[in-house]
Design a protein around this ligand. Structure first.
Ligand code: ARG
Length: 250
């Protein structure tokens, strides 16, 4: 009896340690397989919520990249203000959020090759006073805080001319209430906002072309190289075009 108890407790201990070991290693494998992505899901058609799920061009592209590099995508929603910092500090593996490559940001993060491009557009109340960029002089301009739209109009028209909002939808709300005279935001997002709100239009004048890329912590070249190789293939084989067409109608 004594012998039996001894034996069974040894067996039990063995089984338990195997379980712990196995459990631990599969957990590790799972973890290293996950690619975390900082994003600000307030930016249709690139990233936005649909039934509690983050969807959009950036999500589809990054899922396609992850499929190629054998990882599983985990988007993490935060304000745009925090997105680049998350990649910079390594809080997340990447930041992807319709992020424009700029010289300033290149000092903070490394960028992949560009995966698409766009220009800032100017949204106004349809039939109003503003019909060209020159008409913005002396007007209140709504922007999303810390975006390239913010930087550009601040440089051009000065701090006092700019009203900064947490996201584009709030800026547009303010335009509809007459608190700002126009909103400057990325082209496709401007179209989505105008489609979702009556009485607004985009004027023909726009800003210069900007390129979107994925940001990583400086020096993470192993992951950067992998993502770049995947992006090159997806650009070349038409996958990225197909994803764009799914969300953007010409
Ligand atoms: N392209 C602009 C920038 O890089 C705006 C990006 C805003 N992205 C967002 N998900 N809200 O500054």
């Amino acid at each position: 009896m004594n012998k039996f108890i001894k034996l069974s407790s040894i067996v039990l201990a063995l089984v338990m340690s195997v379980c712990v070991f196995a459990g631990c290693s599969s957990n590790e494998a799972e973890k290293s397989n996950v690619l975390t992505m900082a994003t600000s899901a307030d930016f249709p058609p690139y990233e936005y919520y649909e039934n509690d799920e983050i969807v959009g061009i950036d999500i589809d592209i990054m899922n396609a990249v992850c499929e190629k590099i054998g990882m599983e995508l985990e988007p993490q929603d935060m304000s745009f203000d925090s997105v680049i910092g998350a990649a910079q500090t390594g809080k997340t593996d990447i930041a992807m959020s319709g992020i424009t490559i700029t010289e300033d940001r290149k000092n903070m993060v490394d960028f992949t090759i560009p995966y698409t491009s766009t220009a800032q557009s100017i949204i106004v109340v349809a039939g109003g006073e503003i019909s060209a960029k020159a008409d913005l002089e002396g007007k209140k301009i709504g922007v999303q805080i810390n975006t390239t739209g913010d930087t550009q109009v601040t440089e051009e028209f000065g701090d006092d001319a700019v009203d900064r909002f947490q996201n584009g939808a709030l800026a547009v709300e303010s335009l509809k209430n007459g608190k700002v005279d126009c909103v400057v935001i990325d082209g496709e997002v401007a179209k989505a906002l105008v489609d979702a709100n009556e009485g607004l239009e985009i004027i023909a004048d726009a800003y210069s072309i900007e390129e979107y890329a994925i940001a990583l912590k400086k020096g993470n070249t192993e992951l950067l190289d992998k993502i770049n190789a995947a992006l090159e293939q997806l650009l070349e084989d038409g996958t990225i075009d197909t994803i764009m067409d799914k969300y953007i109608e010409e």
